[in-house]
Design a protein around this ligand. Structure first.
Ligand code: FE
Ligand code: CA
Length: 526
């Protein structure tokens, strides 16, 4: 008999001892390790939903009574039977789906439950039960029918949340925005920890240093997911997610570490561990489950006739950064001919062809490309005072950018909009068909969100607005997120700023608003 109660830790099922045996933790009378008690709530990481479609979504949880266990197994070692319920009301009176799934050690006791066959464009509530405990309740929503004449959609956009650099107040405020969709654009975790002497940090990673092994990456995701503000955001709405570099390693490219001395075979083992932990902690379709170091992340999600979101993968398939030195593969601000080499690609040839096909077939009113890095050309100042371009971003892959924006213009894709993160600052940019000519046509608008908490950039970008006429807005001092409201004629974007990343009770305010009107590509003040 399942008892769907508040999920409070006070409730211990009479089956606890039997379940202890079932999950292979410890027999009654045996010495129970401090970190392995089945009577502890396994839902320490919350719940999430993702990949919304007109008839369903993916529901996620990961059982981890001991989320930071040193072996990365979350305090469990055997399969655990887990019940789920999906209801049409938040009181769970109208149950539309229920059943059982197994959480297995092979998937780190993560559950990726595909729910289908539901009516479109409706809210649903869901919860899990395992080991005598109930999970928190999450809210999901089916997408409108592909042919629906839907007239509104609200999305929120996040990137770059370093655990140590600030509290996740921005996530708490995002959860309160009543969004239909949450977009995570990368650096959802940071694989590195700040140096011990670094001042002003609000908290420390559980495991210091860089994540390298599967246990390291699981520990890092689990730590972030224990945050109540991030849990609230995932429980509030379904998400789509892409990654950037820090889900694996700073400035990695494909199979190449930023450290030139690391052999590719060794780095691919690290990438496999990182991708596996990423999959285990995200509400992705089971087809995304990685195979060794490879994982399909790019895809598209449709919301009726109003909008389609295309999610890109800017890391896994890219050429190495241009202009490298023998000592380092890290991105840097410089100039070299290699930046324009047409053989180089950010997305890789297959994803490029796929994207061009998407542009050609696009028939939604709004076509939003959600991806990790700033697309606009940015002339900026290097530490040595010389002017150049940043090699790790789209400026380091200029031929790919030209092909992408050219394909968009050739296809006459309706109302394209790009979203980006990574740069820890707010931007609004016009994307030009030829960035060397400020009078060339604007192909699309680009809205760049700042970091949730990660450090703002240094002085090298201070003159970027003056140097780059297609930059319509720049703010280098804020942390926060974007809110997008799509309508039949107009996209409104609000830049939301938190009062202080070091204040757990930080408030939020609107820094600026911009808009895009249908048929008029580019950013408008609002
Ligand atoms: Fe970042
Ligand atoms: Ca990044």
């Amino acid at each position: 008999m399942v008892r769907w109660n508040s999920g409070s830790a006070a409730t211990v099922s009479p089956l606890t001892d039997r379940r202890r045996l079932l999950v292979g933790l410890a027999a009654p009378g045996a010495v129970v390790p401090r970190r392995a008690r089945a009577s502890i709530d396994p839902f320490t990481l919350g719940v999430a939903s993702g990949a919304p479609s007109p008839d369903g979504f993916v529901l996620w949880t990961r059982l981890a009574p001991d989320p930071l266990a040193p072996d990365g197994r979350g305090g469990l070692s055997s399969p655990v039977r887990t019940r789920f319920e999906v209801a049409a009301d938040d009181g769970f009176r109208r149950i539309v789906r229920q059943g059982e799934v197994w959480a297995t050690p092979q998937d780190g006791h993560a559950i990726h439950l595909e729910v289908g066959g539901l009516p479109p464009d409706r809210p649903y509530w869901y919860r899990f039960e395992a080991l005598g405990h109930a999970s928190p309740v999450g809210r999901a929503r089916t997408a409108p029918d592909v042919a629906a004449d839907n007239t509104r959609l609200r999305f929120v956009v996040a990137s770059c949340a370093h655990w140590e650099s600030g509290w996740f107040s921005a996530y708490r405020h995002m959860a309160a925005e009543a969004a239909d969709l949450v977009l995570f654009l990368g650096d959802y975790i940071y694989e590195y920890s700040h140096r011990p002497e670094r001042q002003g940090l609000v908290r420390r990673h559980d495991r210091q240093g860089d994540a390298v092994t599967l246990a390291d990456y699981r520990n890092r995701y689990a730590l972030y997911r224990t945050d109540p503000d991030l849990q609230a955001l995932h429980a509030a709405a379904p998400c789509l997610v892409t990654w950037d570099d820090h889900e694996v390693q700073n400035d990695y490219a494909n199979r190449w570490s930023q450290d030139a001395s690391t052999p590719t075979a060794e780095f691919l083992r690290r990438r496999a561990a990182a991708y596996r932990a990423f999959y285990e902690h995200m509400p992705l379709r089971p087809w995304a489950r990685p195979r060794g170091p490879d994982m399909r992340l790019h895809g598209r999600t449709r919301f009726g006739r109003l909008a389609e979101f295309t999610v890109l993968d800017g890391r896994q398939h890219r050429s190495p950064q241009p202009c490298q030195t023998a000592a380092s593969r890290r991105g840097r601000v410089t100039l070299c001919d290699e930046m324009e080499d047409p053989r180089r690609s950010m997305l890789g040839p297959r994803q490029e062809r796929w994207l061009e096909e998407r542009f050609r077939r696009a028939d939604a009113r709004w076509n939003v490309v959600a991806q990790d890095l700033v697309v606009a050309r940015l002339e900026q100042t290097a530490a040595d005072g010389r002017v150049g371009h940043y090699t790790d971003g789209w400026d380091g892959y200029q031929a790919n950018r030209t092909r992408m924006l050219g394909a968009l213009a050739d296809a006459r894709t309706p109302n394209p909009v790009f979203l980006a993160g990574d740069i820890h600052s707010f931007w609004a940019n016009d994307l030009k068909s030829d960035f060397r000519d400020p009078r060339s046509p604007t192909v699309a608008a680009e809205f760049v969100t700042t970091s949730i908490t990660a450090d703002n950039p240094g002085r090298g970008l201070a003159d970027a607005e003056a140097r780059n006429p297609h930059v319509r807005f720049l703010d280098l001092r804020s942390h926060g997120y974007l809110v997008g409201d799509l309508g039949p004629q107009r996209l409104d974007v609000a830049y939301r700023k938190v009062s202080d990343r070091r204040d757990p009770n930080a408030t939020v305010s609107t820094l600026r608003r911009f808009a895009v009107e249908t048929g008029r590509p580019g950013v408008m003040p609002a």
